[in-house]
Design a protein around this ligand. Structure first.
Ligand code: FES
Length: 335
């Protein structure tokens, strides 16, 4: 039996669905048991993807009318495991199975300054935070980074609402986010030890920010983040998981996570965030044939380098060398 430590399930009806930006859909859900979603919350949805029930998490962009209207923003990911494709197909009147709001990225109170950094669709986790900081009269900056303006959701609306609190970096306009300079400004600015950064975006951006944060000797608890565990060092490819304690092997296809594949095979696994953040799904690695593509933000750099453990929810294995024909394989200790 899979174990999730935090969810309760209900039905939610799609009451609005439209395009927010190129490849980004806005979906407003009206849950059966409404609860206001505070900034930083997400909902989990149970989706039927090609006959398999999968759980996917989406940040709540906006909570209105006491949680009767929860707005999500979903980017269509070409290499997605099917969740975003399914979400983009939802129409008004469709019913989904969903949790109430789950808080995993709370906005603190009492800092002197707040810096919110959104990489691409990561903005969905930060819109409500920025609105809340504005209402509080807090000192905050919202940094938005993306590849092209056309794919950056809420850009105009955020600029209208937050004015000069916003800094926009767009790769194809040659204005790239310089992470080290941004963190350096915080370290050299007023009250660096009382500045909190909230970041949501791809793992590579998160890693760069975390490295800069440590290099500038800023307090680690002041860096908070939420990630999308989808961007790895290698493109997703099929691989095999060997479970000697269970005397079996399980194939993981390109559109399935290791956690999903093990659950489908009836193997008991623990999980919570399913995004590579909490470490609940961590297991010991006994052997690797190929390369491990960790994709989580829970394990330490050393644990990743030595491949002693992995997080089942986001980690993949890859051949690592294009000429190798056999799929990669990992052997796990799973009692
Ligand atoms: S379930 Fe949280 S890291 Fe995998």
């Amino acid at each position: 039996m899979a174990v999730n430590t935090q969810t309760w399930w209900q039905q939610g009806r799609v009451v609005e669905a439209d395009d927010l930006a190129e490849g980004v859909r806005r979906i407003v859900l009206s849950p059966d048991r409404p609860v206001h979603a505070t900034p930083g919350t997400h909902v989990d949805l149970r989706l039927d993807l090609d006959g398999h029930v999968r759980t996917r998490s989406y940040s709540v962009l906006r909570s209105e009318d006491g949680g009767r209207r929860l707005t999500l923003g979903v980017q269509l990911a070409p290499s997605s495991r099917g969740g975003s494709r399914h979400m983009h197909g939802l129409e008004v009147g469709d019913v989904v199975e969903m949790t109430g709001p789950v808080q995993s990225f709370p906005l603190g109170v009492g800092a002197d300054r707040y810096v919110l950094v959104a990489g691409g669709i990561g903005v969905t986790a930060l819109v409500a935070m920025a609105d809340s900081l504005r209402r509080r009269g807090a000192d905050y900056t919202l940094v938005l980074a993306g590849r092209r303006r056309a794919v950056m959701a809420y850009l105009e609306e955020l600029a209208d609402t937050h004015g000069d609190r916003i800094r926009v970096f767009v790769d194809d306009e040659g204005v790239r986010l310089d992470v080290d300079a941004l963190v350096g400004e915080i370290a050299g600015g007023p009250a660096p030890a009382r500045t909190e950064m909230y970041m949501c975006g791809p793992i590579r951006l998160m890693d760069a920010i975390r490295r800069a944060w440590v290099a500038h000797e800023l307090p680690e608890p002041n860096l908070r983040f939420e990630t999308f565990g989808s961007s790895g060092a290698w493109a997703a490819e099929e691989f095999v998981v060997h479970l000697p304690q269970h005397d079996r092997s399980v194939a993981v296809t390109t559109d399935t996570s290791m956690l999903d594949a093990l659950e489908d095979a009836g193997v008991d696994v623990m999980w919570d965030c399913r995004k590579g953040e909490c470490g609940i799904c961590q297991v010991k690695v006994l052997d690797v044939d190929g390369r491990i593509d960790h994709r989580d933000v829970f394990l330490s750099k050393k644990q990743k380098e030595t491949n002693t453990s992995l997080c089942l929810c986001v980690t993949r294995a890859a051949r690592g060398e294009p000429e190798r024909s056999e799929p990669a394989a990992v052997t796990l200790h799973l009692p």
